[in-house]
Design a protein around this ligand. Structure first.
Ligand SMILES: [Mg+2]
Length: 226
């Protein structure tokens, strides 16, 4: 057992964010009487993605992001509506969706037998808490470090310092950061000097200039390296 503490990203590492987001977007369109189509959803996804990348680079705040994504979306399509209300409806629906990625449940169950599992996430706190509590993996997770509550976000060193401070007695080399995002999870582990495992689900090319200690393409491979 090389890494007694596993710091696991949530979205697109354990949870199927694409499915949750698609369901929440449909609920938003129904509730707020907005048109729905695949094209509409793709447009929203693209706007949201751009803003999250800016957040990862520290250029904007989460409070700005969550409303701005709907302001841009409505404005691009010339639709009426209150962006803040759209965000409220969307987040509430997102919190009700706890769809896991393939193998997430069995892998968490197996790892929890001899590791301590924690969630590390930049997601909206209310959504993440709601989702975690109703998820099948809840019994295997010891706690969640949510950026909003930490006062800092991945990939900042301050965020990981907060995590380690709350794991008393745990040394950095005891932890393995596992996540799908190069810009938040892997960059964060590099900033904080923590061992890391990149969950490369899509078979993306390995980037230059980042330390990647392990790379997996499916979650069961984690059982072999932890
Ligand atoms: Mg992720």
């Amino acid at each position: 057992m090389g890494y007694p503490v596993l710091l696991l990203d949530a979205d697109d590492t354990l949870f199927d964010f694409a499915q949750a987001s698609a369901a929440a977007f449909s609920t938003l369109c129904r509730t707020c009487s907005l048109p729905w189509s695949e094209e509409h959803r793709s447009l929203y996804d693209a706007i949201n993605h751009t803003l999250w990348a800016q957040l990862d680079r520290g250029e904007i705040t989460k409070e700005f992001l969550v409303v701005e994504r709907f302001r841009r979306y409505l404005s691009r399509l010339g639709l009426p509506g209150d962006p803040a209300e759209c965000n409220r409806v969307y987040l509430e629906a997102l919190g009700r969706s706890a769809v896991l990625l393939p193998h997430a449940l069995e892998v968490c169950r197996a790892l929890a037998q001899n590791h301590r599992l924690y969630i590390i996430t930049n997601a909206v706190a209310s959504v993440q808490r709601a989702r975690l509590s109703q998820s099948a993996i809840a019994p295997y997770i010891q706690g969640a470090f949510i950026s909003e509550e930490a006062g800092a976000a991945k990939p900042s060193r301050a965020y990981f310092d907060y995590v380690l401070t709350h794991l008393s007695g745990v040394r950095p080399e005891d932890c393995l950061v596992v996540g799908d995002s190069l810009s938040s999870d892997i960059q964060g582990a590099n900033n904080a000097g923590l061992p890391c495992c990149w969950f490369n689900r899509t078979g993306a090319p390995r980037p230059e200039g980042l330390r990647i200690d392990y790379e997996i393409t499916s979650l069961p491979q984690l059982l072999e390296i932890t």
